[in-house]
Design a binder for this molecule. Structure first.
Ligand code: GLA
Length: 510
């Protein structure tokens, strides 16, 4: 008994005498554990809530060994392995050795990761909790290659309107109906602009049977299609071969046939199919069979649906886009409403010219005409170049409120006729200092020409009949912007062209 009490007292004494040491060591222990944690562990970054109610979430799982970092980055649509380095609190992560700029870079600040994802997305992550959970995406091997036969559509480049350039995520049923009305009242429909295309952010979630529903912005897609059809127009929609679209909504990955059937049942006439998160699952060389899967699925619905590939011109799409059932394919990244972007896109697709023709077109992206950041001269050049290169004419502006100048550009029937010429040839350019001459042979033996002034001052442009490969001397020449016949004298015609403007003629020997 006595010994028991004595030993308890001794223990209490030891505890008491160790307390100051413990209190002294505690902060040190926290400091050391903190250092050991470093960037190690699971980090969760929650993003915005999508229009379909889903919350965007990314989970970064990292292992740090000295300055070396390895791990995985997962979002709703994909998972990717990352490797990189830590220097003090700063970290940089890459998806492959070839990547020049970090995929994700930032700093550890007060127990949180603060950085930039991709080129410009802000990334803030906290230590993940058990609530931070993402569904697994399993790999689905693409089908063996086969040819999808031509659907007989888009004999001339598709014309219409698309929601993305101006409305982006702010598109809904009411706006699409109002746009359809305006396509009729403005004369756009009668000029040939038939397709009214809903781009990204219409998607809801899948029901218990896996059927993709529209979100609350599009309460009844079939009724919307009926409305658009009643106006003599056609309705287009958007999806991705990946699990997620570029705006983060559900894509058609693993549901290709089901989605094609759904689109057909709604009365959809056009599908833009955007690579987006498929790039995290498949290699560029797998694009052909991946696109073929949807091409075949659309075909087996029996409904004529224009198939528009959007994979930014990767893997020489112009060489196989037609074989997967594609009617058009993007050749470039996204257009912006500025001169350098517009010109950059059309120049980028120059090497694809031999692959354009009835049923299958190169697509330098949608029009920006009327969106307000280029001059009217620049927009006239935009329209002329899209027509000369037989590009799809998909207006990207608010057709409910067009200025007279915008209307005159988009509704220029003589320029539209060049785009829609049944021969379907894509113009190629010849550069001469600040001037560039684009020539497009036409079905009636004539030639459409556009001389573009790249400089910041007005320049005299001369078009020489000898450069046009006509079968005889010039009999008729017409300025397609002034809507006047003009005269070639001694085999040439000259006119002043404003900065970033164009002289566009149709010339024939008949
Ligand atoms: C990509 C496409 C755009 C548009 C957006 C939608 O960036 O290239 O044309 O469809 O996705 O998210």
């Amino acid at each position: 008994m006595h010994t028991q009490v004595a030993s308890r007292r001794k223990l209490a004494y030891v505890r008491m005498s160790l307390l100051p040491l413990f209190l002294f060591l505690l902060p040190l222990t926290i400091l050391v554990t903190g250092c050991e944690k470093g960037l190690n562990g699971k980090w969760a970054a929650s993003g915005r809530t999508l229009d379909n109610g889903e919350k965007q979430l990314s989970i970064l799982e990292l292992k740090q060994s000295g300055s070396d970092l390895t791990g995985t980055f997962k979002t709703l649509g994909y998972s990717v392995d990352v490797k990189g380095t830590a220097t003090g609190n700063h970290f940089e992560l890459f998806r492959s050795q070839e990547e020049k700029k970090p995929f994700l870079a930032g700093d550890l600040v007060n127990g949180e990761l603060h950085g930039v994802l991709g080129n410009h997305h802000a990334f803030v992550a906290k230590p993940a909790t058990s609530d931070d959970h993402l569904p697994e995406v399993t790999y689905i091997a693409p089908p063996p290659l086969q040819n999808v036969s031509y659907n007989g559509l888009a004999k001339t480049p598709p014309m219409g309107w698309n929601s993305w350039n101006l409305f982006a995520g702010k598109i809904d049923d009411q706006t699409v109906r109002a746009i359809a009305d305006a396509m009729v009242s403005s004369g756009m429909r009668d000029a040939g602009y038939i397709y009214v295309n809903i781009d990204d952010t219409w998607e809801g979630v899948r029901d218990a049977n896996g059927n993709l529903q529209p979100n609350h912005k599009f309460p009844d897609m079939k009724a919307l299609a009926d409305y658009v059809h009643s106006k003599g127009l056609k309705l287009g929609i958007y999806s991705s071969p990946g699990p997620r679209t570029c705006a983060g909504y559900p894509g058609s990955y693993g549901h290709e046939e089901q989605d094609a059937k759904t689109f057909a049942s709604w009365g959809i006439d056009y599908l833009k199919y955007d690579w987006c998160s498929a790039g995290m699952i498949y290699k560029d060389e797998q694009m052909q069979p991946v696109y073929q899967k949807m091409g075949a699925a659309l075909q087996s619905t029996g409904r004529p649906i224009v198939f528009s590939l959007c994979q930014y011109g990767l893997d020489a799409v112009e060489k196989w886009g037609g074989q997967v059932g594609g009617n058009l394919w993007r050749t470039t990244g996204d257009i912006r409403d500025e001169w350098s972007s517009m010109i950059g896109n059309v120049e980028k697709q120059v090497p694809t010219a031999p692959y354009a023709g009835p049923g299958h077109w190169n697509d330098p992206d949608m029009l920006e005409i009327g969106n307000g950041h280029m001059s009217d001269d620049e927009y006239r050049t935009h329209m002329s170049l899209w027509a000369l290169t037989a590009a799809p004419l998909l207006a990207g502006n608010d057709v409910r409120s067009m200025t007279a100048a915008t209307k005159a550009i988009l509704l220029n029937k003589e320029v539209i006729a060049v785009d829609q010429d049944p021969l379907g040839r894509q113009a190629s350019p010849v550069k001469n200092g600040d001037l560039e001459l684009w020539t497009k042979p036409l079905a009636d033996g004539g030639v459409a020409v556009g001389e573009v002034n790249y400089s910041a001052s007005a320049m005299k442009a001369t078009i020489n009949a000898g450069d046009l490969h006509l079968k005889g001397p010039v009999r008729k020449a017409r300025d397609l912007w002034s809507h006047k016949d003009v005269k070639f004298t001694k085999g040439s015609y000259s006119a002043m062209v404003p900065p970033h403007g164009v002289l566009m003629l149709k010339v024939s020997a008949k």
